[in-house]
Design a protein around this ligand. Structure first.
Ligand code: GP9
Ligand code: MN
Length: 624
């Protein structure tokens, strides 16, 4: 080193070369990973969170004596580098990042090992270069005479560096949780978390989420609770047998289409004197239309809608069931259809890892998941592949499936904030032009047109005649902070919680091969009720469902994740603990009957949470 270096600085650098090198090399590696996976991302934003994660790890090593400190930093560097190599290769094929769920569900390379290995590039291993070059250097460094601090003096740098790193990380995570509410707890977009917080922080958050969920659910479920759940499930199973519809789907295909942000107020409605959803309006006239059907999603958004439809279990109390409980055993619709000899497939033209779908579809036993890579990405409207191209390519896939099949399709283009106005094409919304509402109406009008073409093709291909087709909206389109636009559009005067809730419906349309049963059904129902309905029609077991068969005379009860509920006569709003008479719109006092309904709703949510938190279906299946 040059002569005129101040001795103190020199000895600081010699004593802490390993720590400084570690922090710098981790930042460089994390930036490089970000540039490799998301080139257009402004990776400069990443320097701060990358440094934060490096500081936290370095601070842990500072607690150790010199020899172990250097060794620990080297091992941390190796582990981080291995993750970066694996994540780089995994991203190139799956456009996703490896999570504990992916590892746990054996999805790392499941079935695609050959094609992924073909994607490996020598540069992927650049992260290991310094690990190798450091070997001789470390041998030399070990011989350098370094000042050994006593443990109590090592605590000071540890506390300073750890606190600094945690503070920096904490501010970043907080900023992200404000920018994208639910993202940290649901991990619905893992890649975005890694882009924004860095690869190390992503894996740390993933580990934290998994461990905290495991700890929260580690206690044994009391026998009394388990037997209460079993009693409830048995009662539900007995109630959900509508003899007249039992087995009518046998041998037929089942096609379920979940439409992004299809909220009910657009059905049979007009803007600027034009129908918003002319194709669905026509389809409704050929089908059974449930006009009091509610979405029941919670933090898990679209994935909650999927989860309820395929399991008739409530969404997670917080976070996303698709993430938190992807290691559970389910008696899901695809699983039971498989056991009944059906081929089962999920189809969605977007990133496979979004909402942890690749992991969760496997956990629910879909035979196949046709995701982004299974579709020609030839046209983008909104978030990704256009509904036009997705649905068109999907018909070709349906035609190739061995019959009978269960296909679950999820659309995408009409996705918040509905700003791909160009992609949606011409649809003049008159006074709503250039407003949020107007953009949504354009978006859903576009998707309606694509659904019309899709359903026409099913007709032409003879698929309609041989299938039961279920179509519904996954959740609201107009969020609460834009509600005034919805109140204005629907001419809702003096809005209150009841009027808000009554607008939280999505269309539920079931089409039968010969258009049997068609008409409007006013039963108060929701997304928890699809599976019991389909199970009855296809003679599937219905032992573990909390919902109600739509065609049974069973209760009209619809329970929401926040404890609110309705039975078609009364609406209970949990956040104000208020009951409304739906007919009069007035608030009404709690009666013992209403109190019982409220307690039942809370119990059913608890039953569902217990089933998920204790992986109870696995136990019940084993015990039977
Ligand atoms: C992405 C799409 C959107 O695949 O399903 O999910 P959402 O943001 O509506 O929950
Ligand atoms: Mn959605």
């Amino acid at each position: 080193m040059r002569k005129n270096i101040p001795p103190k600085f020199k000895s600081f650098m010699v004593n802490n070369f390993d720590v400084i090198f570690f922090i710098l090399i981790v930042i460089i590696k994390l930036l490089n990973y970000s540039i490799q996976t998301t080139p257009n991302y402004n990776y400069r934003n990443l320097i701060y969170p990358a440094a934060a994660s490096a500081l936290v790890l370095a601070s842990i090593a500072l607690l150790l004596n010199n020899k172990h400190k250097t060794r620990a930093l080297y091992i941390f560097n190796i582990v981080i580098s291995i993750f970066l190599v694996a994540d780089t290769i995994y991203y190139r094929y799956f456009k996703d990042i490896i999570s504990i769920a992916v590892l746990r569900n054996g999805l790392l390379l499941g079935g695609v090992a050959t094609s992924v290995t073909a994607l490996i590039k020598p540069f992927d291993f650049i992260y290991l270069l310094d690990i190798i070059l450091l070997i001789p250097l470390l041998r030399l460094y070990k011989k350098v005479d370094r000042k050994q601090l006593a443990f109590k003096f090592r605590l000071i740098p540890f506390i300073i560096i750890f606190a600094l790193g945690m503070f920096m990380d904490g501010t970043d995570i907080y900023k992200l949780s404000v920018d994208q509410p639910r993202l940290i707890s649901t991990m619905f977009n893992r890649v975005y978390i890694a882009e924004t917080l860095g690869n190390v922080n992503f894996h740390a958050l993933d580990l934290y989420n998994v461990v905290s969920t495991k700890i929260a659910n580690s206690g044994k479920l009391p026998d009394t609770e388990e037997s209460a759940i079993k009693t409830f499930l048995t009662t539900q199973s007995d109630l959900n047998t509508n003899k007249s519809m039992a087995g009518i789907g046998k041998g037929k295909n089942l096609i379920i289409i979940q439409v992004e942000a299809l909220q009910q107020f657009v059905i049979n409605n007009k803007v600027n004197n034009e129908e918003i959803t002319p194709n669905l309006n026509k389809w409704i006239n050929r089908s059974v239309y449930f006009d009091n059907y509610f979405y029941q999603v919670a933090n898990g958004g679209t994935s909650d809608a999927e989860f309820m439809t395929n399991n008739s279990l409530y969404p997670a109390a917080s976070g996303a069931a698709y993430y938190l409980y992807c290691g559970n055993q389910y008696s899901s619709l695809p699983k039971e259809m498989n056991d009944a000899g059906y081929y089962t497939a999920a189809l969605h033209g977007y990133k496979e890892g979004f909402w942890n779908r690749n992991v969760m579809y496997k956990a629910q036993k879909f035979d196949d998941f046709y995701g982004e890579r299974a579709y020609k990405q030839d046209e983008v409207v909104g978030l990704g592949l256009s509904d036009k191209s997705f649905l068109n390519q999907s018909v070709d896939k349906l035609k190739s499936f061995a019959e009978p099949y269960y296909s679950f399709l999820i659309t995408l283009s009409s996705h918040f904030p509905y700003d791909d106005v160009k992609g949606y094409g011409d649809f003049n919304t008159g006074a709503y032009e250039n407003t949020f509402m107007g953009n949504y109406l354009k978006g859903i009008h576009y998707t309606d047109a694509q659904l019309g073409t899709f359903l026409d093709r099913l007709d032409k291909e003879g698929i309609t005649k041989n299938s039961i087709i279920v179509l519904y909206g996954d959740h609201y389109a107009i969020p609460k902070n834009q509600m005034q636009q919805l109140y204005d559009f629907t001419n809702t005067k003096n809005p209150d919680d009841l009027k808000w809730f009554e607008l939280q419906k999505v269309p539920m349309i079931i089409h039968f091969p010969n258009e049997e049963y068609k008409g409007v059904n006013h039963k108060y129902s929701g997304e928890m009720d699809v599976y019991p309905t389909v199970a009855n029609m296809f003679n599937l077991p219905n032992k573990y469902m909390l919902g109600n068969d739509l065609f049974s005379n069973n209760s009209n009860k619809v329970t929401f994740r926040n404890g609110s509920f309705t039975d078609g006569k009364v609406f209970y709003v949990s956040w104000t603990n208020t009951y409304y008479d739906i007919n009069t719109g007035n608030t009404i006092p709690e009666t013992s009957e209403l109190k019982k309904q409220k307690d039942d709703a809370t119990s059913q949510l608890q039953y569902s949470d217990d089933i998920l938190n204790h992986n109870l279906l696995k136990k019940l299946e084993k015990d039977k």
